[in-house]
Design a protein around this ligand. Structure first.
Ligand code: BJW
Ligand code: ZN
Length: 261
């Protein structure tokens, strides 16, 4: 069985440094953990307040929105307002910095916040959409997001706006369970994973498909796959490696190593 390598056990083993320094095409694949140190809860954290009786997976569906639009729209507007209140953390910044120094980098995120963009990453493939791009449920017309909630007023139920063109309900611009991912972003993500030399998987539990296939695809194509996560993950291959800890602590060190010579 492949030993689980962690930063505390083995600091920057030479074969790993060599892989990082020689990689021509990097993929960085992020999940909710990359935004945790900005103060955004991960997806599978317990919910608080109005939503404390729900599992996030029960709110992230079309059925939930149609059953109780005010509950679901209120939750998403609350989350969007929280995102607007926080800033990118050292992990987002290190990824943006990395893109300025490695030959080619494809950034793929499952996150619905805009913290990679605000950290200066020039191009981000959003697999699960965005909190910042609501659209009509019926005619798909895009809507400028409304004035953000005042979160100091506490959690709120909130009626979604109605489309001025067709009268349909406005829904969050995210991808819910059972929905297809944006085709172009998914195709580009799969192509990049199949072609890269090294993939960094940062802050994801890897339980949601098809996104969870991305590191698997890279590993099958012979790329190095490095996981950055405080939780120990099951590693599947010789070229898979884990750096155990918080992304905001590890990624700046990793960038330092890439730049050192
Ligand atoms: C840190 C850290 C720090 C903490 N530093 N790390 C059975 C088997 C296989 C598949 C299916 C199945 N049944 C249904 C499916 C398909 C389904 C699926 O995968 N379900 C699984 C749950 C089983 N997938 C879908 O439905 C997708 N569509 C699809 O498949 O279409 C085809 C189809 C159509 C019709 C019928 C059937 C198939 C769509 C998936 C959409 C996912 N959307 C969400 C919600 C988005 C909106 C929102 O945000 O509300 O996306 S779900 C949620 O999970 C969100 C996330 O992007 C996604 C991934 O979560 P992520 O990012 O990994 O977060 P966490 O919380 O899980 O993990 C955080 C990690 O960070 C942890 O590991 C921590 O340790 C770590 N961490 N602090 C580094 N400081
Ligand atoms: Zn409409």
């Amino acid at each position: 069985m492949t030993p689980v390598n962690t930063v505390s056990e083995i600091l920057w083993p030479p074969k790993f440094l060599e892989a990082m320094r020689s990689a021509q095409h990097w993929v960085v694949f992020t999940g909710a953990g990359v935004s945790a140190e900005s103060g955004i809860p991960t997806f599978r954290d317990a919910l608080t307040g109005l939503w404390s009786n729900f599992d996030p997976e029960d709110l992230a569906t079309t059925e939930a929105f149609l059953r109780d639009p005010d509950l679901v729209w209120g939750w998403y507007e609350w989350r969007r307002a929280k995102v607007l209140e926080v800033a990118p953390n050292p992990a987002h910044q290190a990824i943006a910095e990395l893109a300025r120094h490695v030959p080619r980098l494809t950034l793929i995120t499952q996150n619905v916040d805009d913290l990679h963009e605000r950290a200066g990453s020039p191009s981000v493939l959003h697999l699960h959409g965005s909190l910042h791009h609501p659209r009509c449920m019926r005619c798909a017309k895009a809507l400028d997001p409304p004035q953000p909630l005042d979160t100091s007023q506490g959690e709120q139920l909130l009626a979604p706006p109605v489309c001025v063109d067709c009268g349909g309900l406005i829904r969050p611009g995210v991808v819910w369970f059972g929905e297809m991912l944006p085709e172009q972003a998914l195709t580009q993500a799969f192509e990049a994973a199949a072609q890269c030399d090294l993939l960094l998987s940062v802050g994801t539990s890897g339980v949601v498909y098809p996104a969870a296939q991305i590191p698997q695809l890279a590993a099958r194509s012979g790329a190095w796959v490095i996981h950055i996560n405080p939780q120990n993950l099951a590693l599947g291959s010789e070229r898979e490696f884990q750096l155990t800890g918080a992304a905001g602590a590890i990624l700046p060190l990793l960038v330092q190593q890439v730049l050192a010579d």
